[in-house]
Design a protein around this ligand. Structure first.
Ligand code: FPP
Ligand code: MG
Length: 268
């Protein structure tokens, strides 16, 4: 399965997309793609990797929905640093899946270029096996000048790690006198984070009924709208997606106001 899919929507679904598109479309949507293993168990698959593979297929489908809707930026939590604690078999299988999918992405590079999609991998890249990292590096390099849409793949990522690594970079800059301690503010700090190329997400969608952030983009989520879906990730469908966008739209003005004026204004 490719990263870019052809449109799979029927007439009613396409109509619903048009209606939602006439409202305020979030610029940046982040996904916590959870529930692949519970889905695999529900389906009586022999191995979790089948759930993860269908999870990738769902990611490709979701990216197409985002493009159709005009979402400019998507961030997906594909592999957390905590996921390295899973069984060796599952970690190896997930790395092989990532290797195959990034190879596929490179093989089909013209599709990405046609859609103008830039790929970024955010995370502690030193933790990623070299064979996978090389493919990721190449995908990042060949798409670096694309500017129609941005896909951030969070891999070997946790928010706490990102914050610690950013502090280290800032500390080095202070010790080499490139930065004065008083120059450090939220803006400068953000400009040194893994997500420096990104705007903060407008909408976060987490699947599988779990109601937590699992160390994902904690710095960046301050004024994001959060939507929790009960569907396991491979079962997430266009109606779940449009429902999330609809709830975001109902709250978009308030979120914009909070972004501009902060929480204190709200207490008046
Ligand atoms: C969470 O479900 C999912 C993951 C840890 C892996 C997600 C990976 C993909 C969807 C494939 C993406 C691949 C690339 C190359 C971008 P879970 O395993 O925590 O399932 P559970 O909550 O039911 O245990
Ligand atoms: Mg999970």
């Amino acid at each position: 399965m490719s990263w870019m899919r052809e449109n799979t929507l029927n007439c009613l679904q396409s109509c619903a997309v048009k209606v939602i598109k006439s409202g305020h479309v979030p610029r940046h949507v982040a996904f916590i793609m959870d529930g692949n293993r519970r889905y695999a168990s529900k389906k009586n698959y022999n191995s979790f990797i089948q759930g993860h593979t269908e999870g990738f297929d769902k990611l490709a489908e979701t990216l197409q929905w985002c493009l159709d809707l005009g979402v400019k930026e998507v961030t997906v939590y594909a592999f957390s640093i905590e996921n390295f604690k899973r069984s060796k078999e599952e970690v190896d299988e997930l790395m092989t899946l990532a290797e195959n999918k990034f190879q596929k992405l490179l093989d089909e590079r013209e599709k990405l270029m046609e859609h103008g999609v830039r790929i970024c991998v955010i995370g502690n890249l030193t933790l990623i096996p070299e064979n996978v990292r090389k493919l990721m590096d190449e995908a990042v390099l060949i798409t670096k000048d694309n500017s129609k849409a941005l896909l951030n793949v969070a891999f070997a990522y946790t928010s706490r790690d990102e914050i610690v690594e950013t502090i280290k970079v800032m500390a080095e800059k202070v010790s080499s006198s490139q930065v004065l301690p008083d120059d450090i503010d939220e803006k400068l700090f953000s400009e040194h984070m893994y997500t420096r190329q990104s705007s903060d997400p407008d909408l976060i969608i987490r699947t599988s009924g779990e109601v937590r952030f699992s160390d994902f983009l904690l710095w960046q989520f301050s004024y994001s709208y959060i939507y929790f879906s009960k569907s396991f990730w491979p079962e997430f469908n266009i109606w779940d997606f449009l429902t999330a966008i609809f709830y975001y739209q109902r709250n978009a003005d308030e979120l914009q106001r909070l972004r501009c004026y902060g929480e204190t204004e709200n207490k008046v």
